[in-house]
Design a protein around this ligand. Sequence first.
Ligand SMILES: *Cc1c(COP(=O)(O)O)cnc(C)c1O
Length: 403
Amino acid sequence: MLKLDNHPAGRHFLQIPGPSPVPDRILRAMSYPTIDHRGPEFGTLGLKVLDGIKQIFKTGHPVVIYPASGTGAWEAALCNTLSAGDEVLMFETGHFATLWQKMALKLGLKPQFIGYPGTEGWRHGVDAQMIEDHLRKDSGQRIKAVCVVHNETSTGVTSNIAAVRKAIDAAGHPALLLVDTISGLASADYRHDEWGVDVTISGSQKGLMLPPGISFNALSPKALEANKSADLPRSFWAWDEIVEMNKTGYWPYTPNTNLLYGLAEALDMILDEGLKNVFERHNRLAHACRTAVNAWGLDIQCADPTVYSPVLTGVMTPENVDADAIRKTIYEHFDMSLGTGLGKVKGRMFRIGHLGDCNDLTLMATLTGCEMGLQMSGVKLQSSGVLAAMDYLSSHPSPLRRE
Ligand SMILES: *Cc1c(COP(=O)(O)O)cnc(C)c1O
């Protein structure tokens, strides 16, 4: 049998930017017995989660819940709105934007992948002006969708989606706006309706604090309209039948019942705390984390302070130091998992997750593990990041919001 309890004592620090630690409350809710997904109780659960999740996306339109990882919901967004050979405009912010672009190619779409040269784009957010310029040149309106990643999990950059909407409108272009906020939802401010997003894609295992296994498409009336003429093949992912059955709280196939129990609990936790407070908590912890990295004298992967991510921080290691070797030292000595550098930045940086069920002391322990691991790996630090973060948190206290 797979041995998962080989950690010496205390708890494992899962500080990767998703999956994030699952609160005990949610694990307990998920242990309720699996029920008949066509029986009378199920509809109540279905309606509760379908309604609650709309509040998280800030939408009055349908949200589709799939028993799939985020990648599935990416595919669903594309195949429900587009046709074979359609051009799509995608922006290279990092590894996840790149993977989504590869998927578009495989599905028979024609992605135009724009961005900054080399790895420069991997340190910045989406450039809305570049999108506007591109759309203005598309006089034949061949581009059918603009696809961007809201929170680029590979780098720690949170792009300005309202600016992308403005750019599309300024160009007078009818393209749909498709946004991946798989790692941003319920951690970073997000407004599906207000920002005029047509399809928002998200997943369970990041800000929603659930295990991996369910994912989402939030829709707009324009996306539902596009769905009628889109001809990419789809069956499992098809919105029409799901949206119809969801009206009574049921699904055309067996949904992920126990994860839906977890989702109901997560929604209670997040909505009780209040989205505004949740975002404030994330911003404050992210600031404390960056304070530590600055004190160490290391570079933050995101080079533009206006788009720092509240979800995670990418830490660049000095030229000659392998970031994965530091991660290994930290894992072996302090029982903590940190995010690896992905794609173009492999070995050049590591990622500290501070999302979901995270508080001041979780972050302080995390930073302590990082600082010890950096020192053990021979990285010269300018000063103690731990002390700097402690100073910041104690001089900017946040009241415990408990009833
Ligand atoms: C995690 C993540 C994905 C992939 O989701 P899976 O659940 O691993 O399929 C895609 N995009 C972003 C931005 C992510 O953070």
